[in-house]
Ligand binder design. Sequence first.
Ligand SMILES: Nc1ncnc2c1ncn2[C@@H]1O[C@H](COP(=O)(O)OP(=O)(O)OP(=O)(O)O)[C@@H](O)[C@H]1O
Ligand SMILES: [Mg+2]
Length: 312
Amino acid sequence: MGLTGLRDDPLKLILFGGKGGVGKTTCASSTALYCLSLDFKTLIFSTDPAHSLSDSLGQKIGDEIKEVQGIKNLSALEINSKKAFSRFKIQYEDQIRKILDTSTYLDQEDINSIFALPIPGIDEIMGFKTMVDLIEEARFDKFIGDTAPTGHALRLLTLPELLDDWIKVMAKLRWKYRYMVERFSGGYKPDEGDDFLLSMKRSVKRIEGLLRDDQRCEFIVVTVPEDMAILETERLIETLGRYGIKVRQLVVNNVLESNGCPFCRERRKEQERYIDRIRTRFSNLRLTITFLQPREVKGVEALNNFKDILFQ
Ligand SMILES: Nc1ncnc2c1ncn2[C@@H]1O[C@H](COP(=O)(O)OP(=O)(O)OP(=O)(O)O)[C@@H](O)[C@H]1O
Ligand SMILES: [Mg+2]
């Protein structure tokens, strides 16, 4: 059985996640090729700071959307969250300063030091916002995301909540200011500081709304038949569930097909035990088994072959 349900029109964002090295990038790239074969205009992007789309596709990608050479209708992007954050600071410096400036407690020195402080996860979230903007602009039919190994990907998905807390603190500063203005001048007209907080709040809601909408977004977990990978898979699926992100299907990669030599037979037997365990522990998920290939799955031709296995 192969991956299923991805051709549904409302489904826009398909994310791949899992333990390090299990085949996330390979599955993401192959899925992008599958979407193309169905005539969907597709963008493949990576949120992994150690980007490997360039390696997988065999050409330099980088942090601007660019058409993948030799493949019609496929574009790619390796999100650079540091750059997204610099853009954020440049874009919103005045508004943030305005909020701090109107706070009753802070002098210029405080404001400068607060402004220099990192805002929790803001760089990555700005990277993610880039993606949500693109999805809303509907420049592509399908967006395929390659995420970093479990811990980092989970952090990314839980960032909207962190940012929301930051917005609340800023809003509290505003609220006191607003109260004073209202008391002393009888009325309050929202300024650019309020507009900024509102627009940030909206971004958080849009990101959360997209990730939790199982019509528009699907998170596919990739694993391998090994003890540690199964444990990590459980943790990942459970944490995603807590954040309202449902997982429907699981890819079990690197499964040995051959029973030829004693070594392969032994490994295969061990894998079968783990596959049984996966079937039991994840009985509510649809499994797709993909075999270990004789060579690395790199470059368009190899990915196209792998796509046929992934969507058999
Ligand atoms: N079924 C397979 N058979 C053979 N090689 C594979 C298979 N799946 C993936 N590979 C190879 O294994 C390596 C790791 O795969 P990939 O980069 O897709 O994993 P990843 O989960 O994205 O890793 P990372 O966590 O480092 O991002 C790559 O060289 C890839 O070509
Ligand atoms: Mg990868």
